[in-house]
Design a protein around this ligand. Sequence first.
Ligand code: SF4
Length: 61
Amino acid sequence: MKKIKVNENCIGCGACTAIAPDFFEFGDEGYAQPKEKEVEEITEDIKEAQEGCPTSAIEID
Ligand code: SF4
């Protein structure tokens, strides 16, 4: 399993939720969060979202 985290650099731009809506959503405070903290595998969508994040806020272990 791989862990996905959105760190405090998130500015709530919405890129990740647009690119990978199955994996990222907005939390109550207007910042993105992963829908699941762990996923079986890192899909292309998740990679694209990570690469597209303007503040490098998406961390994958
Ligand atoms: S792309 Fe990055 S900055 Fe934009 S909402 Fe997602 S985690 Fe936050």
